[in-house]
Design a protein around this ligand. Sequence first.
Ligand code: PMT
Length: 218
Amino acid sequence: FQPKWLAGRKVVLTAGPTFEAIDPVRGITNSSSGKMGFALARACAHAGAQVVLVSGPVGLPTPFGVERIDVASALQMRDAVMGRLAGADVFIGVAAVADYRPEASAEHKIKKSGEAMTLTLVPNPDILAEVAALPEPPFCVGFAAESRQLDAYAEGKRRNKAVPMIVGNLVQDGLGQDDNLVVIYDDDGKHPLPRGGKMGLAQRIVEHLSGRLGRHPA
Ligand code: PMT
């Protein structure tokens, strides 16, 4: 039984990695599996929300009742998110978006030359920060994936990106895995959750989120 904490709400989420093409066969990506973001999309749908899930390249089935948009690059993810935000009450950025992309993607496969090669990278837009900076933003939830100093870095990202709530995790605790260990940070401080499966954690995060939206569970 799942209380309908998000009934009548529209939630837009991102999940998975992005893929930044170098040429038609190569690219820059990371090892996000999409499991955390897909679990959250599912938990939001179970809680009664209308859910739009913008996903990078992952091998996961679409959760029941969720509208899914597949993208590859950060630029495509940004466009898909911005195009779906109308009427959204909540935006949750779970995707591991590449901070940089190759300045240019070669039209044809780059041939081996035996010489050293330099790849010039340019910054990608920060989707979460852009959504949070909209004139009337939805309630924004970020994630922070760190390899150390979780409290300092996660809270720093919450402030820098001007989002009310961020979910921090250490990559060694959850990236690519079925379980995770997360801490929620908001205006009231830090709220550690016990280690557990991503679906159970997603339900706890939705419960916390609904409280922040002013719809406290009974
Ligand atoms: O996919 P799994 O294998 O289940 O792993 C889950 C996870 C570890 C990927 C997930 O729990 C997680 O931490 N996701 C955020 C990963 C990340 O890229 O964090 P970050 O600290 O680099 O980014 C901070 C926030 O800004 C995130 O909400 C991110 O989506 C967002 N961001 C970052 C860069 C960018 N260019 N645009 C963004 O929107």
